[in-house]
Design a protein around this ligand. Structure first.
Ligand SMILES: Nc1ncnc2c1ncn2[C@@H]1O[C@H](COP(=O)(O)OP(=O)(O)OP(=O)(O)O)[C@@H](O)[C@H]1O
Ligand SMILES: [Mg+2]
Length: 270
């Protein structure tokens, strides 16, 4: 479980990006983070990754107080979090396979383990045939799927996506949403920062609205918000919208990605 308790972040230039924010995200949740440009979405993500430290307040992830994590242990902490950025951030001189394998190579995983997990991850993202291509030869949607494959290859407990569909056309954006749902259904907490209000509502998941760095739950009222839809039990079944693509996804292979790491105790998680 992710907990923010009265968290504020004031940057060096005096800008208050997060203002006395409290929130709770449960282990099995898929939540959207919405709010205008500058509302603090990316800052919240940076705090979660411990790329920035809060000016005040407490953040805990799976019962771990982030302020207690020593500098030398930050990398290890981050390994339980997969991240996808709007601009993909793929390594241009590495193939698709190489991009996804890279994080595991750094961790000194065996070649066999790397091959198995990278192949499963690429297969899940519908990218097996692109394994030997370089990122520049891929479409935007494909590049984003490589970034997703890379983010999940180490079986993260939390997956964070910052505007994962910002550069994609509607069809590719929906495909990415479907894949995020699939990842969530396997036990990974999914957090998606987005401006795509329409899509977020359609997904029927909880939406956290940020306004000038703090929660604004009023923004969800009116127009049949996601939380109301969920309460009414009419959550959109997005999977059914992807007939062919979904059929090609090999869920079994994906399950194989989630072995030891996710079966360990939840440390008081939910
Ligand atoms: N490194 C930084 N130093 C100083 N100010 C920053 C820094 N990063 C962000 N800010 C400021 O903090 C506020 C929140 O920025 P943040 O990037 O978190 O917003 P956002 O919700 O992600 O916006 P967008 O939707 O445009 O990505 C903004 O006013 C921004 O200018
Ligand atoms: Mg941002």
């Amino acid at each position: 479980m992710i907990l923010f308790k009265d968290v504020s972040k004031v940057y060096g230039n005096g800008v208050t990006a997060i203002n006395n924010l409290s929130l709770r995200i449960y282990k099995d949740e898929f939540v959207f983070l919405m709010g205008a440009s500058g509302a603090g979405k990316s800052t919240l993500i940076k705090l979660l990754m411990k790329e920035e430290d809060p000016t005040s307040g407490k953040i805990s992830v799976n019962s771990r107080d982030l302020s207690m994590i020593r500098r030398g242990a930050v990398q290890r902490y981050r390994r339980q979090i997969g991240v996808v950025f709007q601009d993909f951030r793929l390594l241009e001189h590495k193939t698709v396979f190489g991009n996804v394998a890279f994080a595991m190579e750094i961790m000194g995983k065996s070649r066999k383990d790397i091959n198995e997990k990278v192949e499963a991850s690429l297969s899940l993202m519908g990218l097996s045939k692109k394994a030997d291509e370089y990122p520049r030869n891929l479409s935007g949607g494909e590049q984003q799927r490589v970034a997703l494959a890379r983010a999940i290859v180490n079986s993260p407990r939390i997956l964070i996506a910052d505007e994962p569909t910002g550069n994609l056309d509607p069809a590719n954006a929906e495909q990415i949403m479907y894949l995020l749902e699939l990842i969530n259904s396997q036990g990974t907490t999914v957090i998606v920062a987005t401006h795509a209000q329409e899509m977020a509502r359609k997904m029927g998941r909880r939406i956290l609205y940020l306004d000038h760095g703090t929660r604004n739950d009023n923004m969800s009222s009116g127009g049949g918000g996601a939380e109301e839809a969920m309460a009414a039990g009419d959550r959109v079944n997005i999977s059914s919208a992807f007939g062919e693509f979904a059929a090609n996804v090999q869920e079994e292979e994906y399950s194989g990605l989630f072995t030891e790491d996710n079966s360990v105790s939840d440390e008081g998680g939910k």
